[in-house]
Design a protein around this ligand. Structure first.
Ligand code: ADP
Ligand code: AMP
Length: 220
């Protein structure tokens, strides 16, 4: 039986969501992205959605307690039995500590933390040119990674939209909110011997190859 508990660490725009599509297909594990879960809750106008909206729109982090509870509930679901890929969680040290505790409880420790490293200067360009699928969430970029058919998703054919928090103002807040915390988390996982740093400035295909190689080496 194949188990794979992976975390993608990286600043907003580092390419986590882009790479998660192929890596979760390769390993047949669910893609658990807290940002996607919060946006789905907002679209459904659930009580969670109402609670998190003000944070997402401004680019601020959702409080730890709420975020941890959302992930705790998600990890109870049956589709995580052979593993999962966490994208955008943890983003703070309290979240990382809570994650260790919840995974200890269910006997599925983190196996690999892939840190997609991209300098801040590149992230502004990536995020302000990003368009995402309104249905499946796939990320594109108007010039760096354009969809084949204009404003339509290559994977599912739905309409592409610009995220409300991909404005220059919200992007600046998000990078400021996440910069030191991401560095701190990289150290946290390095101390545990789990960190694999990937040069995220390479082409999408080369980043994918680097992640696949790192995962295969670690399995060997
Ligand atoms: P994250 O999930 O880490 O916030 P995304 O995967 O949504 O980031 O990628 C952010 C933007 O950068 C998107 O517009 C995406 O198309 C683009 N992108 C992702 N990976 C690369 C890459 N290796 N080179 C250039 N652009 C990329
Ligand atoms: P993302 O889709 O990963 O860029 O996340 C979008 C937004 O969701 C962030 O700017 C935060 O407001 C919120 N969010 C996502 N993940 C977390 C997290 N682990 N902790 C706190 N807030 C988060």
């Amino acid at each position: 039986m194949w188990f794979m508990q992976i975390v993608f660490l990286g600043l907003p725009g580092a390419g986590k969501g882009t790479q998660a599509v192929s890596i979760t297909e390769d390993f047949d594990v669910p893609h658990i992205a807290t940002g996607d879960m919060f946006r789905a809750a907002m679209a459904a106008d659930s009580s969670l959605g109402q609670e998190v909206r003000e944070y997402l729109v401004k680019g601020l982090l959702v409080p730890d307690e709420l975020t941890i509870q959302v992930v705790r509930d998600r990890l109870q679901q049956a589709d995580t039995k052979n593993g999962f890929l966490l994208d955008g969680f943890p983003r703070t040290e309290p979240q990382a500590i809570a994650l260790e505790e919840m995974l200890r409880e269910i006997g599925k420790p983190i196996m690999h933390v892939l840190y997609l490293q991209v300098p801040r200067e590149d992230l502004l360009q990536r995020l302000t040119g990003r368009v995402v699928c309104s249905s499946c969430g796939t990320s594109y970029h108007v010039t760096l990674n354009p969809p084949t058919h204009g404003g339509i998703c290559d994977r599912c054919g739905a309409e592409l939209i610009v995220r409300k928090d991909d404005t220059p103002e919200a992007v600046a807040v998000r990078l400021a909110e996440n910069f030191e915390r991401t560095e701190a988390l990289a150290k946290f996982y390095e101390q545990r011997g789990l960190l694999r740093t990937i040069d995220g400035t390479q082409s999408i295909g080369h980043v994918y190859d680097a992640i696949s190689n790192a995962l295969q080496e670690a399995q060997a």
